[in-house]
Design a protein. Structure first.
Length: 206
């Protein structure tokens, strides 16, 4: 997996379930998990090193359907697909024509994918509202597991619309996903989450 993509999916191998702070940010997150059964968007991902200086950017599209089905397609700077079909997670590195896969039970857990495509927030996360910032209302989801790959996850909403997810991993690396062209509850065919191993690809079972 390309280094710039690791922060989002390291916990899966990684999207889908206060005083002056706006308390409704947590309510919005709960409503998102409860009411948004499918979703689709374009995204830009910015990964910042622990020193706060070195940055890497990538972009692509994603869609999901609860429970535990999603497809992330990175188009720039490298082509890569990450697909969960409800049973397994498949990762296809186009440049290497290499596929890795593992059972979804051990791949989702307390990850961004659990927030975006899962269905049980309270099982894996401690939720709290954060002060509004950058024009968004933020909810923090802290994994209950102490040995996970992520320290904190934050979800930003503009009104009821999903706008951003920010992840800080156990090494202090920060990954910010910003969404655009968000569509809630679109009709998505089940085949969208069926992965077919490309001809000649090496397959690694994890």
């Amino acid at each position: 997996m390309k280094p710039a993509l690791k922060p989002l999916f390291a916990g899966m191998l990684l999207l889908v379930s206060a005083g002056v702070a706006r308390a409704d940010a947590v309510d919005t997150l709960r409503e998102f998990v409860r009411d948004v059964k499918t979703g689709r968007a374009q995204f830009t991902q910015t990964v910042t090193a622990p020193d706060g200086v070195k940055k890497k950017e990538s972009s692509g599209s994603f869609e999901f359907a609860r429970p535990n089905r999603f497809r992330f397609v990175y188009s720039k700077p490298f082509e890569q697909s990450i697909v969960a079909d409800g049973q397994k997670v498949w990762i296809h590195d186009v440049d290497l024509n290499q596929v890795s896969t593992r059972k979804i039970a051990g791949a989702i857990g307390a990850t961004p994918a659990a927030l975006l495509a899962g269905g049980n927030l309270d099982k894996d996360f401690e939720l709290s509202a954060l002060p509004a910032a950058d024009g968004l209302d933020w909810a923090q989801a802290k994994p209950k597991a102490k040995d996970g790959a992520f320290e904190t996850l934050k979800v930003g909403f503009k009104g009821k619309e999903l706008a951003a997810v920010e992840i800080v991993d156990s090494f202090g690396q920060r990954s910010l996903l910003q969404f655009r062209q968000w569509v809630a509850n679109p009709a998505i065919k089940p085949d969208a989450f069926r992965f077919v191993v490309p001809k000649g690809a090496d397959v690694l079972e994890q």
